[in-house]
Design a protein. Structure first.
Lengths: 124, 602
């Protein structure tokens, strides 16, 4: 009787060892695989971030260069900027020789430069 | 208690000794089999196992090197590589659900492709092909739908969640300056093979060195980055800095556009260079093309006329015999020649002299140059002889490549003396019987501007990356004429642009300009045409301290009368010169003299 019980115990022991080793093996393999995948994905995500920044930089460089192309700037200047219609620019220094620059209320009219003493001086 | 005893008795009856031994043997066999297999795999067939595993897990990745950039002399990008996405479909993964069809319609709108065309691309297809094992069949698992998709667009496409559609990243070459520098920069084709211009000539520096890595992949074929065993980093291509200045290039292109609108020529070229360094500041040709869409242009437009087309230089070549005669002290600037006579005796033969466009009487060497007398230079050539004329023409760079550093340059034509016929000695000095590229004419004038020293042509200034830099400094190749002769010739050439000269329209306010115009008849069906001409002008300024050399060539301008270089090309020279002087801040002659006087007074 005792022998038979021992035999059952041995059998169960063997089965349990087998199941345990398979289970533990499988579990550790799964854990290891997961760990590997986690590390790989962490490395990959860092690399992707670096790559994205590099790509963005390259794209922006190309876009800036295209926008700074003299032909593009000229085209933009033609459309976006107001074109002056007068032939020459006159620089008037305010408070020069006690003269004043008079700005009329109507902004469209040209400003005038007035001095009492200028009329009496030979200015070139 | 009784029940338990009965139960254990039944177990005991079931597990007989034989059964127990059998089960135990099976379990032991399983263990033994596992251990045996492990022993075989790890000890006996170790190498084989490693091979199988490495085949299944190892991965060999090529890492593409990024092609270097091309920049102008001020660092403006002329060519760069930009990452884009190539969109494709795996037809085998299409689900053909109503939701997917709806998403496909949205995709068609995003990539601006007709919906039926997109549907057709998504259809499954089986390829039948022959190989060494006989007829094979293979399903198509990738078909390109669209290319050059940018990141924001790709994010929108991914938002549609069509499993079968995905993108691959790749680099494309972009040319931010577009057609502005097309011929000088050149282009690479879709396979990144350099085709022309600096792209081809500097390909060795630009292409870089691809890298590679040996790594592992997991069961889902994803890379396990931590198991990278060997890795060689890619070496990105070096950047090339050209001597071209994009602002001056734009000035040249704008003037070319004006020429085209006004004269509708077959082709036209403008070259701007620096005499002291040999650097080219601008090189523009018409017709040109946009390197971003090079395949939409005819082959003819891809040719760089400045280095690939040759024409008879006409009167611009007269600088060569005049320079040679002065340099060899055969004549002085005030020696007089009879330009009325129509023939001359040479080596016991009477040679007919070419006609002048206007009849002249006696002219000095200075006047011969100023009035561009064909008879006058022919007599100069006869005085110096064939060999000397040929030697100087060679020395000025005619008949050989300038070595500018761009692919496709031709030699031009300058026959050796033994191949000359009886009339060549009188025809060559006026720019006939010789064919030159615009760059060769430019180089000859640049030699005069640079005190008689022929500089090596340069279009690349520097090749560099983050760690190193290779400079291409100016190199003097040879002295062609003495400094004294060059200065005297420069002074004589100023008369050409002055009162009574052929290039009065080339004047630039504030500067003394030295230059020479040329008008040559084109050869049509073996004869000189009376209606088709090539008008050219080449010169430099300020004449006393040359900073800029400009060459303008207009091939077959359509206009009333003859397209003289002085009419067609000289005004363009003047306009570009004025703009370049303003841009480079070149002192006017008046300011320069004032500065010298101020320095001397201190």
């Amino acid at each position: 009787m005792k022998i038979r019980n021992r035999q059952i115990a041995v059998l169960f022991g063997l089965l349990a060892t087998l199941a345990l080793s398979i289970g533990l093996g499988g579990f550790s393999l799964a854990m290891l695989r997961q760990q590997k995948a986690d590390i790989a994905s962490r490395i990959k995500s860092c690399e992707v971030q670096i790559e994205n920044i590099r790509r963005l930089n390259e794209n922006l460089n190309a876009q800036i260069a295209a926008a700074q192309n003299p032909q593009a700037l000229r085209a933009m200047a033609k459309t976006a900027l107001a074109q002056p219609e007068f032939g020459a620019v006159v620089w008037a220094y305010e408070k020069f020789d006690n003269a004043v620059v008079e700005r009329p209320r109507d902004e469209k009219v040209l400003i005038s430069f007035k001095s009492d003493r200028l009329a009496n001086r030979n200015i070139r | 208690m009784k029940r338990r005893t009965r139960k254990s008795a039944s177990y005991a009856a079931f597990i007989s000794r034989g059964r127990f031994l059998f089960v135990a043997a099976v379990l032991c066999t399983v263990f033994a089999a596992v251990f045996c297999r492990l022993y075989v795999l790890h000890i006996v067939k170790e190498k084989w196992s490693e091979q199988i595993i490495s085949k299944a897990r190892n991965r060999f990745d090529k890492i593409d090197a990024r092609r270097g950039d091309i920049v102008d002399s001020r660092g403006n990008l002329l060519a760069t590589s930009r990452p884009v996405i190539e969109l494709g479909v795996d037809p085998e993964r299409m689900e053909n659900t109503p939701e997917e069809r709806e998403a496909l319609q949205k995709l068609a709108a995003i990539i601006e492709m007709p919906y039926p065309e997109l549907l057709k691309k998504c259809e499954s297809e089986t390829l039948v092909y022959e190989d060494e094992d006989g007829t094979q069949m293979r399903k198509v698992r990738w078909r390109k739908i669209a290319e050059n998709i940018d990141d924001p667009t790709y994010e929108r496409i991914r938002g549609l969640k069509i499993k079968a559609i995905y993108g691959n990243r790749k680099y494309v070459r972009v040319y931010p300056a577009g057609a502005l520098t097309s011929h000088a920069v050149g282009f690479v084709n879709k396979e990144f093979v350099a085709q022309m211009g600096a792209e081809k000539k500097c390909d060795y520096y630009l292409r870089g060195q691809d890298g590679w890595r040996e790594t592992e992949r997991d069961g889902r074929r994803r890379e396990a980055a931590q198991f990278r065993t060997r890795e060689v980093e890619p070496k990105d291509g070096m950047n090339v800095e050209m001597t071209i200045d994009i602002i001056i290039q734009e000035m040249a292109q704008r003037e070319l556009k004006d020429i085209v609108e006004k004269y509708d020529p077959d082709s036209a070229t403008i070259i701007v260079g620096e005499p002291s360094t040999g650097y080219l500041l601008a090189m523009a040709s018409y017709p040109n093309f946009d390197p971003n869409n090079y395949n939409k242009y005819p082959q003819d437009a891809l040719r760089n006329r400045a280095i690939c087309d040759q024409f008879e230089p006409g009167s611009t070549f007269k600088c060569v015999p005049v320079a040679a005669a002065l340099n060899e002290s055969i004549v002085g600037e005030n020696d007089s020649f009879d330009c009325k006579s129509s023939s001359i005796s040479y080596k016991g033969r009477i040679l007919r002299l070419p006609k002048d466009s206007h009849p002249h009487d006696h002219l000095t060497v200075r006047e011969i140059t100023q009035k561009s007398s064909n008879r006058g230079v022919a007599q100069l050539a006869v005085l110096m002889g064939e060999n000397m004329l040929y030697k100087y023409a060679r020395a000025f760079g005619y008949g050989s490549k300038t070595g500018i550093g761009l692919a496709g340059e031709i030699n031009g034509t300058l026959h050796e003396v033994k191949d000359w016929d009886g009339l060549t000695i009188t025809r060559l000095p006026m720019g006939h019987a010789v064919a030159a590229t615009p760059i060769q004419g430019h180089c000859a004038m640049r030699t005069i501007a640079n005190q008689g020293i022929y500089m090596r042509r340069r279009i690349k200034k520097r090749v560099y990356d983050a760690e190193s830099s290779i400079n291409f400094p100016p190199v003097a190749e040879r002295r062609v004429i003495s400094t004294k002769t060059a200065t005297l010739l420069g002074d004589i050439l100023c008369d050409v642009v002055g009162e009574g000269g052929t290039a009065r329209r080339a004047e630039i306010p504030g500067y003394r300009v030295a230059g020479k115009t040329g008008t040559s008849q084109k050869i049509i069906n073996g004869r000189y045409s009376n209606t088709k001409h090539v008008g050219s002008m080449t010169g430099f300024f300020p004449a006393q301290r040359p900073r800029v050399v400009i060459t303008v060539v207009v091939d077959n301008p359509k206009m009333k009368g003859i397209g003289y270089g002085g009419v067609v090309a000289a005004p363009v020279f003047s306009r570009i010169g004025a703009q370049v002087a303003n841009y480079l801040g070149i002192q006017t002659d008046g300011d320069f003299e004032k500065m010298i006087a101020w320095r001397q007074s201190r």
